[in-house]
Structure formats: C-alpha cells, structure tokens
Design a protein around this ligand. Structure first.
Ligand SMILES: Cc1cc2nc3c(=O)[nH]c(=O)nc-3n(C[C@H](O)[C@H](O)[C@H](O)COP(=O)(O)O)c2cc1C
Ligand code: SF4
Length: 350
C-alpha cells in the first residue's frame, strides 16, 4: 500500500506521528560561543513541534569545542550543556513530537586552524591534519560521550552527521580518505566503532541513525555504505549530499525531484531500515509526489519549515502551505529575523 504523509510509524520505540521531518538546520548567533542553549532555541523548537511535524532533528550540535563549524554553534561536549538541551527536549515532547539531535564534528571544514581530517586533504587554503590512530580513538569517544549526554538530556535518539563534507563524511569518501590502515581500507570503520560504542552505553530503545552522503563519491559507494551500516544495526538513513567537491551525482533525466531524492529512493530499494529524503521540497504536492515515487519513509522539509513552522499541519490538513522563497543566501544561519519567507508567512497570519 502507498504511504501517505499522515501515516505514523515507529523507529525502535519512538512513535513518529507522520512522514514529515524537520531536518537539522544550524542557527548561529543565538548561542554565545559557549555552545549553551538560549531561550530562543527552546522557543524555536517548541514552535516547530507545535507546527505538526512528525519528527524534529535538532541542528548540528558539536561533540568537541575544537570541532565547531562556527564560533556560536550549539554544543554537546560537556555535561554542563545537558540542562539547556533538556529544555529543548521537554518543550518539543510537550507538543507530542519526538526529537533526535544531530551530533557533529566539522573536521577540515571547521574553524580550527589545524583542522583534523582522515588524510592530509587540501580544501581551499586549508590542508587537513591527518589524524593519528590515537586521535581517531579520542574522536570516537567524543561522539560516544555526546550520545550519552543526548540520552541524559531526553532526546529520543541521535543522528550522526555523516555527510555535507564534515569529519565523518571525510572518512566515507575514498577521494578524501586515502589512509592505508583499516580506517582507510574500510572507510565505514570509523563510524561503525562509534555505533558500537554508543550501543554499549544507551538503553535499547534509544535511536541511532545517520545522515549519510549518497554520492560518496558515487551512488554505488553510497549504497554500499548504507548496506554495511544497516548490517551493523543503524536505525535509519537520512540521505543527503556527501563531500560535494568529490562526488559524481546522477539521476535519470525524467526524475522530477533533486538527484539526492532519486538517490534516497535507490538506497531505499536496497535496505529495510527507514530512509529519509531531502532537498528542494517546497509544496505539499511535492512531498506527496516524492514519497510516492521513491517509497522512502520520511520526507525532510527544511527551509520551508523555517519560513513556515506550521508547514506540516498545513500540508496534513490539505491547505496551501506558505514556503521558503529561495533567497540567494539563506538568512537563518546569520539573522533569522530577515527570513523573507517567514516575514510573508507572519504577514498572512495577521
Ligand atoms: C540555515 C540552514 C542550516 C542548515 N544546517 C544543517 C545542519 O545543521 N545539519 C545538516 O545536516 N544539514 C543542515 N542544513 C541542510 C538542511 O538540513 C537541508 O538538507 C537543506 O536545507 C535542503 O533541504 P530544503 O530544501 O528542504 O531546505 C542546513 C540548511 C540551512 C538552510
Ligand atoms: S525564505 Fe530565504 S531566509 Fe527564509 S528559509 Fe528560505 S532561503 Fe532561508
């Protein structure tokens, strides 16, 4: 039977009330550099949850202070941060919505001057510092401890940030990761050991998924990584772009959505864990169409949920949903008050 946007389903014991997910989206300048949660984060996630999404995945939240993507990124690297994060999970749960947190390390893309990377890869004016095996083990422990904090803060699960050029993604892509040891010959090894470490310290119902690059560098590589992760017990695969400088993206000429949504559908054919698809979904008809065409389990609606936090309830009620108007540069990272889509949505609500 065809899936409907309004269908509920479960991942482990987490019930997800419909097929619309708000994917992780960082907002800078609400935290003060300490990585601690501000009231604005709490209200932002409360409103998204009230807006009817089936699941929220909280923005990339850094596992070490050195691994930050921006000075004011949220953090989950010390126990003191748990209390603030708990305020977000309480607010979201009170609206009947589960929440996972995306745990993240930027690697070579981060602000650290001597940024870590599996190999000495050159990106722009930066050369990644090749990680020693000891540094790899320390980093794995940072992800494992972050997952423990996520559990203590009340999240229903974590999403490992394994795409968009960041550290885990750098391990997956064989054109970036040219190591000759086991972390290079088995590029998924870095993540599998983290997954094992997390499973040992959290209860069975805690969800551990990954945002994974599909073209890493080719779709065949993405499919292989997905299958290995499934065999190793990953709970869901949220498919996005990988290391974009080193990817070979593809889709058939007549596929009506983004290549990455096509890729999510191809991965879905090969695995039985839930697969999420993302990118460029603006109107409810597209969410329904992509769900039907790819048979994935969840449709991520990113920027349109920022512009219209009630996008999910509009879509589920069959209403026309206000949407992102595709500014040349999305303002949310810098100054959400300048979001043209949100300003329009608020004007219409008055
Ligand atoms: C402001 C902003 C922040 C983002 N931050 C993250 C992030 O923290 N983690 C992540 O995996 N993707 C991040 N993304 C990517 C989105 O999750 C999503 O994949 C992308 O926006 C495409 O989906 P959309 O067309 O529905 O917006 C971000 C995107 C935007 C616009
Ligand atoms: S309308 Fe502009 S600022 Fe708002 S979400 Fe879309 S691109 Fe970002």
């Amino acid at each position: 039977m065809k899936k409907q946007l309004s269908d509920s389903f479960s991942i482990r014991n987490t019930t997800i009330r419909n097929r619309i997910c708000v994917p992780p989206m960082v907002i800078y300048n609400w935290s003060d550099g300490s990585g601690y949660v501000d009231d604005k984060h709490v209200e932002h996630y409360r409103r998204l949850a009230r807006g009817g999404a089936g699941l929220i995945i909280q923005e990339a939240t850094c596992v070490t202070e050195e691994g930050k993507l921006a000075q004011t990124q949220l953090g989950i690297w010390e126990d003191g941060q748990i209390e603030g994060l708990r305020r977000i999970t309480d607010a979201v749960h009170a609206e009947g919505c589960p929440i996972f947190v995306q745990i993240h390390h930027a690697g070579i893309v981060g602000i650290a001057q001597h940024a870590l990377c599996p190999s000495a890869y050159v990106l722009g004016d930066k050369t990644g510092v090749e990680m020693s095996v000891e540094q790899i083990h320390t980093m794995q422990q940072a992800f494992i401890s972050a997952a423990r904090r996520a559990y203590q803060a009340g999240y229903d699960g974590v999403e490992l940030h394994g795409c968009h050029r960041y550290l885990m993604c750098q391990f997956f892509n064989s054109r970036v990761n040219t190591r000759t040891d086991t972390y290079g010959t088995h590029p998924e090894q870095f993540v599998l050991e983290i997954l094992d470490g997390i499973r040992k310290i959290v209860p069975e119902d805690f969800v551990v998924g990954i945002r994974l690059g599909a073209f890493e560098p080719t779709l065949q590589d993405g499919i292989r990584h997905a299958k290995i992760l499934e065999e190793h017990g990953i709970d869901f695969l949220d498919i996005s772009y990988g290391f974009t400088e080193e990817q070979e993206a593809e889709k058939p000429a007549d596929f009506p959505y983004k290549d990455i949504i096509y890729a999510a559908g191809e991965i879905k054919k090969q695995v039985s864990v839930p697969v999420f698809a993302v990118n460029g979904i603006r109107v409810p008809e597209d969410a329904r169409g992509a769900l039907e065409l790819t048979d994935v389990d969840m449709i991520d609606v990113g920027r349109s949920s920022l512009a219209n936090p009630e996008w999910a309830s509009d879509a589920l009620a069959g209403r026309k949903a206000d949407k992102c108007v595709d500014c040349s540069v999305c303002q949310w990272r810098i100054n959400p008050d300048r979001c043209a889509g949100r300003l329009l949505h608020e004007k219409r609500q008055k």
